[in-house]
Design a protein around this ligand. Structure first.
Ligand code: ADP
Ligand code: MG
Length: 714
């Protein structure tokens, strides 16, 4: 049988059952999966220095010639080490390997190697223990960048590198490039073969940049193709016209007047829903502008026309909150309403599913609110009317594809609190109509914002104490749970710009867990709790409940609270390592406070302990001090950081996924043009070839990306 990307990893020589199982744990089953397992970073072994110049706090690359024969020293308990001396123009170094006697013949006297590792120095004596080494031939220089793969139990990075190399050899010789060659030319893209080879084993930074550029382009291109094809299918399905759009029961029940912007948005929605062409609308508006009530109106319209409504949100906390807020209103009108989340018991889930497909209209469940559990198997609607997803950037195209695959003839409304810059909206949601809520409900306060560095720690703690003393509550957001796994002398992919430059090391991250402990120690009289995305939902809910009842005063968390949480008594938002967040994300976080009577503040702490914060990152944070307009912030963000934050989801934006579609590489600053180009190219291609008949490889790829079952693209 021919070897393809779908072939299992076991076709590689040396990969047996055991290693295949380890790979499977990493989600790698096929050769194709293996090639997509990009290095997480690259060691820069190209900056060769002399022994005397080697840094002591980081790894260095040195070129040394072996001076003495390798000697093996046996210790008790079956341990041993191998030792020899090697030199360069500045000195001589003792090199030691532990328990690797077989290396004895690798280092003959007179041979030259590039060693990479930490150079220890004591007076004028240098030592390196277990450095990486490569034979150095004077005229054929070694590649400067060395791939670093994510560590996993059972597989050594070197094995991964070897298997990847073998897979590349097997596949790339026989494969055709899925992109039409005229596109490669027009956009100056390298071939896929070159890209895949160089993303794994770059010959130099320029090659890596070219590789990355091609792969990012592919991600965008396929995304755009899939989104356009999904949209076409949705339109073809049709939706029930909902012509009865009297929302006065809703407006009467509200303790406030709708703003003009809210009224206009609801009019847009009502107009769309009255038509048999399915609505595909995105409702964009800053945090706190009042999108929920617009969703409520859309749901009411669906129900008034004998149809059902579903509201999907990205987290269970948010689902519960919406349910608590909306169900009393619906129930007061005799409209049935249920909550369906991962934590719902199996028996209850079954009852809800049955009630959703109930043929008898009077017994049918009319409104369901939940997480993406709603999209899971077995959830069907007898009379679907509208599907609403909140916080769009966490759902997106793939979910829509799933919906349309279920043949759900429904109107679609997506809501986003991330004000998406116009240029990007056209690309990402070019197939959606947009309603913007650009007006805040009256009486909103401005959240005073400060950007500080580590030297303010004491004052900050005092500020927390003061505000809590006055009865207020505090959020603290940290970007990650664990200490970062990369070490400082490695470059991550995201740090390599498309032109191969801009490679920087960053300060260590404040790990949320460690931080929570430190803070509790600093403020022993306060109740500090810690919340993160990997917690069980019952645990999270319990903590959120305590926080909303002011039993917890300081809530330290990762960005799980970013989306939609409402605790009006909270009056201080502290963001640690704020320079690691996108401005839009910071704006969202800031929107968590200033929701009640209390005067509220946002403090952005830049950098980690003992690190200097760069001028540009403070300047960037300072934008937050003076700007409160989400759109302006989004534009600024796009200009400064590129579209990565708008494509990203998950904690701290480190998981590069958009609605289940993964953007593995798309992240760096310069990607905007590439994104725009790819979108234009995709549209143009579809115009010429609406079913992608002429490019079967591409068609297969898009289909795989967008749907689990075949048939989406037909
Ligand atoms: P978001 O757009 O972030 O989802 P919400 O819908 O949660 O915002 O609304 C935020 C708060 O503003 C809620 O407490 C809501 O009751 C209130 N609100 C919404 N619209 C108005 C309005 N027109 N006037 C006064 N308060 C409003
Ligand atoms: Mg909301």
């Amino acid at each position: 049988m021919a070897i393809t990307r779908e072939s299992p990893v076991t076709v590689l020589s040396g990969v047996g059952r055991v290693r295949a199982e380890h790979y499977a744990k990493m989600g790698i089953l096929t050769l194709g999966d293996l090639l997509l397992h990009y290095p997480r970073a690259y060691e820069n072994r190209g900056d060769v220095c002399l022994l005397s110049e080697a840094r002591t706090d980081a790894k260095s690359a040195v070129i040394l010639t072996v001076a003495t024969e390798a000697r093996c020293v046996r210790l008790r308990s079956h341990k041993s080490f191998l030792k020899f001396r090697a030199y360069d123009d500045s000195g001589s170094c003792e090199i030691v390997f532990f328990n690797q006697d077989y290396l004895r013949t690798v280092f003959p006297v007179g041979a030259t190697f590039r060693f990479f590792g930490r150079v220890e120095r004591e007076k004028n004596k240098y030592t390196m223990s277990s450095p990486a080494y490569e034979a150095w031939a004077e005229f054929a220089s070694l590649p400067p960048l060395h791939p670093v793969y994510r560590m996993t139990e059972g597989i050594k990075p070197a094995q991964i590198a070897k298997d990847v190399a073998a897979a590349l050899e097997l596949l790339l010789a026989s494969e055709e490039d899925p992109l039409p060659s005229e596109l490669l030319e027009r956009r100056s893209l390298c071939t896929l073969a070159f890209a895949e080879r160089n993303i794994h084993r770059p010959t130099d930074t320029a090659a890596l940049a070219a590789a990355r550029r091609r792969l990012v382009y592919d991600e965008f291109f396929c995304f755009a193709l899939g989104a356009a094809l999904t949209c076409k299918r949705e339109k073809a399905l049709g939706a029930p016209p909902c012509t009865n759009s009297d929302i006065s029961p809703l407006t009467r029940s509200l303790p406030y007047e709708l703003t003009g912007a809210q009224r206009r948005a609801i009019e847009d929605i009502a107009r769309d829903m009255a038509s048999p062409v399915p609505m595909a609308r995105i409702l964009v508006g800053d945090v706190g502008c009042g999108k929920t009530v617009c969703a409520e109106a859309a749901m009411l319209i669906a129900v008034q026309n004998g149809r059902q409504a579903a509201l999907m949100v990205p987290t269970e906390i948010l689902a519960r909150q919406h349910y608590k807020e909306l169900s009393p209103f619906f129930e007061s009108l005799g409209i049935s309403c249920a909550l369906l989340i991962g934590a719902t018991t199996a028996a209850q889930k079954k009852r809800i599913k049955d009630a959703l497909v109930c043929p008898e209209e009077s017994l049918r469940l009319q409104v369901v609110i939940g997480t993406h559990a709603l999209l899971s198997d077995g959830v069907e609607f007898a009379a679907p009317g509208i599907v609403i997803t909140d916080e769009q950037h966490r759902f997106g195209a793939r979910q829509r594809a799933l919906l349309s695959e279920k043949n759900t003839h429904a109107h679609l409304l997506v809501m986003s609190a991330t004000p998406i810059p116009r240029s990007l909206a056209l690309v990402l949601y070019g197939d959606l109509d947009i309603s913007r809520i650009d007006e805040m409900p009256p009486g909103r306060q401005r959240v005073d914002t400060f950007a500080v560095d580590e030297s303010y720690r004491e004052r900050l703690n005092a500020f927390i104490r003061r505000l809590v003393g006055e009865g207020g509550q505090v959020y603290v957001v940290c970007p990650a749970i664990e200490e970062r796994e990369e070490s400082e002398d490695e470059l991550t992919l995201a740090e390599i710009a498309l032109d191969g430059t801009a490679i920087k090391s960053r300060p260590p991250l404040k790990a949320a867990l460690t931080y929570a402990k430190e803070l509790q120690e600093a403020l022993p009289e306060l109740s500090v709790a810690f919340l993160h995305g990997k917690m069980k939902s019952a645990e999270k809910d319990a903590i959120m409940k305590k926080f909303s009842e002011n039993e917890i005063q300081v809530l330290v968390s990762t960005t799980v609270i970013e989306v939609g949480v409402n605790v009006p008594n909270a009056c201080l938002m502290i963001v640690e390592n704020a320079d690691r967040f996108g401005l839009s994300q910071l704006h969202q976080l800031r929107g968590r406070v200033g929701r009640g009577e209390r005067k509220s503040y946002c403090v952005l702490v830049a950098g980690g302990e003992g690190s200097r914060v760069s001028g540009t990152s403070l300047a960037r944070l300072n934008v937050m001090r003076t700007t409160y307009d989400g759109y302006r912030i989004a534009e600024e963000d796009l200009a400064l950081r590129g579209p990565g934050d708008f494509l990203a989801s998950g904690e701290g934006g480190t998981i590069r996924q958009s609605g289940g579609l993964s953007f593995r590489l798309a992240d760096a600053g310069e990607d905007v043009t590439l994104l725009t180009d790819a979108t234009l190219d995709a549209r143009e291609l579809l115009e010429r070839d609406p079913t992608l008949e002429s490019t079967p490889a591409l068609r297969a790829h898009v289909r795989e990306m967008f749907t689990v079952e075949a048939g989406l693209i037909s």
